[in-house]
Write a protein that binds this ligand. Structure first.
Ligand code: TZP
Ligand code: MG
Length: 212
């Protein structure tokens, strides 16, 4: 799948640790039906509630559902799982597998995203060819990531956007009320966990993302 920045508009990130037991697949299905533009399987090792086998099964199932809907399926921080399920993309953080190694290994076949929280990280990443987009540091305080970097705020997001020609997706504590502010920074969209995973009305939530 070729990369187009429009897929970053309504980017849902989720793993078993973010939802009640057995709710991962139904939640992602509802989000796909509602119109998300991309999905990232972020099932975090220690926090995952899935066995290794069930984890691969869930990834494969969600991968297939994304393919049926024509939206890209990303895997967070697990190149071998991404390859195993033939993901459209891989997303890594600064402390995950070295970005150059990831680009070298799968850059030809997958979309590559990198988390950049600080200006220096964006500047460094700009020198590496083959990265398609950046995820920001947490824009607002988040309850979904225990080891999140310091909050950068909307001004921090805008600073990152200004430092690169690559598209940036905002992430971290984004609620429905923040969506237009995030877009106003020049970000290509919002990536969210709880806004969708804990939504009482996933259709309305995703529609708001699409219209921001
Ligand atoms: N990376 C930076 S903040 C974050 C990740 C994965 C968590 C985002 O979750 P939420 O619930 O949308 O704040
Ligand atoms: Mg990571």
């Amino acid at each position: 799948m070729t990369f187009d920045a429009s897929i970053l508009k309504a980017y849902f990130v989720c793993g078993s640790q973010d939802v009640d037991k057995n709710q991962l697949v139904p939640t992602v299905e509802a989000a796909i039906t509602a119109g998300i533009t991309a999905f990232q399987f972020r099932d975090k090792g220690a926090q995952s509630t899935l066995t290794p086998t069930k984890r691969v099964e869930a990834a494969q199932q969600l991968r297939d559902k994304c393919a049926q809907a024509g939206i890209p399926f990303f895997v967070d921080d697990d190149v071998s799982l991404a390859k195993q399920v033939n993901a459209d993309g891989i997303h890594v953080g600064q402390s995950d597998e070295q970005i150059q190694a990831v680009v070298d290994e799968v850059g030809n076949q997958m979309i590559v995203g990198l988390s950049c929280s600080a200006l220096s990280e964006v500047q460094q990443a700009n020198t590496i060819s083959g990265i398609d987009y950046y995820g920001s540091g947490p824009v607002f305080p988040t309850e979904s990531k225990a080891d999140a970097d310091p909050v950068i705020g909307l001004a921090g997001l805008q600073q990152l956007v200004s430092a690169t020609t690559r598209p940036i997706v905002g992430i971290g504590g984004i609620t429905v009320n923040d969506l237009s502010d995030v877009i106003a920074t020049g970000a290509a969209g919002s990536a969210v966990i709880s806004m969708i995973a804990r939504s009482q009305d996933i259709q309305a939530t995703v529609t708001a993302m699409l219209h921001a």
